[in-house]
Design a protein around this ligand. Sequence first.
Ligand SMILES: [Zn+2]
Length: 297
Amino acid sequence: MKNRREFLKQSAAIAGFAWLNPLIGHFSFAGNMTMIRGNVGYYTERGGTIGCYLTKDQSVVIDTQFPEQAANMLAEIRKVNANKINLLINTHHHGDHTAGNIVFKDVVDRVVSHENCRINLEKTALAQNALDKNLLADTIVIDKASFKLAKEYVECRYFGRGHTNGDIVVHFENANIAHVGDLVFNRRFPFIDVPGGASIDQWIETLEKIVKYYDKDTIFICGHANEKYPVQINKSDIRAMQNYLDKLRIYIKQQVKDGLTEEAVIAKTTIIPGAEEWTGDGVVRSIKAGFAEYKTM
Ligand SMILES: [Zn+2]
């Protein structure tokens, strides 16, 4: 199968256009499924990284990207497992993590999210008159929730506000792999969703709790990474994300103290001093979120 995938990748690169995906019967760039250990892995295509647990009898999906990508990912599951998906868990409400939920509508037993994730997603869907294009959680996490599978335990835990006000970490206990959603952007400027309940101060605290809660062998999966960096990360990468947010906080507070306007700071900033590994598009989003939080101190 790997050879075939490699071949498809190469032919796509040569041809420069989409190929026919025989699994779902329409033109599509399929993504990549990477298994890490203990039947847990991740799927990347377009949008936030999808986590998965997959055996021939049971499966769990964490986040769903967009409908086309969700269908491609479901096709990967169907290569080994024809049963209902046991759990679909959303790490938070953003569209690049939840828009594909609808693809799982009739093939999943339970849909799980934090209560604020559900509230935010429902609000967004209603505003777009698109409730029928969404699949909302039927099982709500407040502080924590655990689910028992035949050979694995899944623990969802809320550590506090961060990227939004409804981010949960999903831990496969036997595999010891945790999906942290968008609480970590690996070396890439993060989206800090202030209207969605984000807080830089709280995000730093939340990451502190996460680093302390999991052990030294835990492997983490994050929602997004700079193209030169992986989405499979470890505690030092979480510490690095925490450092980015801390340096952002220090930088914005200093600019406010110096009397600079948000526009002036945007005009002169391409990198946050002390967190130079963070690059890409989107430093503006960090500056705006920083001003929203610290402009009146
Ligand atoms: Zn997000």
